[in-house]
Write a protein of this length. Structure first.
Length: 165
C-alpha cells in the first residue's frame, strides 16, 4: 500500500487588514509514498494544495506551510473580516475530485485490512472520519467566552489515518 487517507487539523493565528483571526480547520489529505521514495501529501479538501518531502514529517510540515501561506494571502487581499471569513470558508470547502476518489480507495483498502508496512504511517493515530471537513474562524476581538487558552498554540497541525466508518 502506498496511498493513505489522512485527516488533518491546522490552527493558525492570522492578521489581516484591520483584524486578527483564529482559524482552526480540519481537512482531508492523500498521503502518497512515491516511487522515487518521496512522500507527498495532496489536499483532498481543501483541494489545490500539495507538498512533498523526504519523510512524512517533512511533507506534513510543508503542507501546513502551504495552508498557512494561503491563509496569509487571503488575509492580505481581504478588505474586511467578512471578506476574509468568506474566502477562508471557500478555501476549506474546495474538493479535488480526482484525489477524493484516490482517498476513498485508500480508505476502503485500509478498511479491508490492507497492511500498513511503513512504521511512520503505522504509528499514526486512527480516528473516525467526520461527515464533513470544517473550519472555525474567530475574530480575536470576539467575546471573551469564545477565547480559550488552547488557542495559544497557533501554527499547530495534527495528522491521523482515516479509520473505517
Amino acid at each position: 500500500m502506498n496511498e493513505y487517507p489522512l485527516l488533518f487539523t491546522t490552527r493558525e493565528l492570522v492578521a489581516g487588514n484591520g483584524f486578527v483571526a483564529w482559524v482552526e480547520g480540519c481537512g482531508w489529505a492523500l498521503l502518497v509514498h512515491e516511487p522515487n521514495a518521496e512522500w507527498w501529501m495532496y489536499g483532498v479538501q481543501p483541494g489545490g494544495i500539495g507538498e512533498g518531502g523526504a519523510t512524512l514529517s517533512e511533507a506534513n510540515l510543508r503542507l501546513v506551510g502551504s495552508v498557512k501561506n494561503v491563509l496569509a494571502e487571503i488575509a492580505d487581499e481581504a478588505q474586511s473580516f467578512a471578506d476574509f471569513e468568506r474566502e477562508v470558508r471557500g478555501f476549506f470547502l474546495q474538493v479535488d475530485d480526482t484525489d477524493r476518489r484516490r482517498w476513498d480507495a485508500a480508505r476502503a483498502a485500509l478498511s479491508a485490512g490492507a497492511a500498513v508496512d511503513d512504521p511512520s504511517v503505522r504509528a499514526l493515530k486512527r480516528v473516525p472520519v467526520p461527515k464533513d471537513c470544517s473550519v472555525r474562524i474567530i475574530r480575536i476581538d470576539a467575546p471573551a467566552t469564545q477565547a480559550k487558552p488552547d488557542m495559544n498554540s497557533g501554527g499547530e497541525s495534527r495528522i491521523a489515518l482515516a479509520a473505517a466508518a
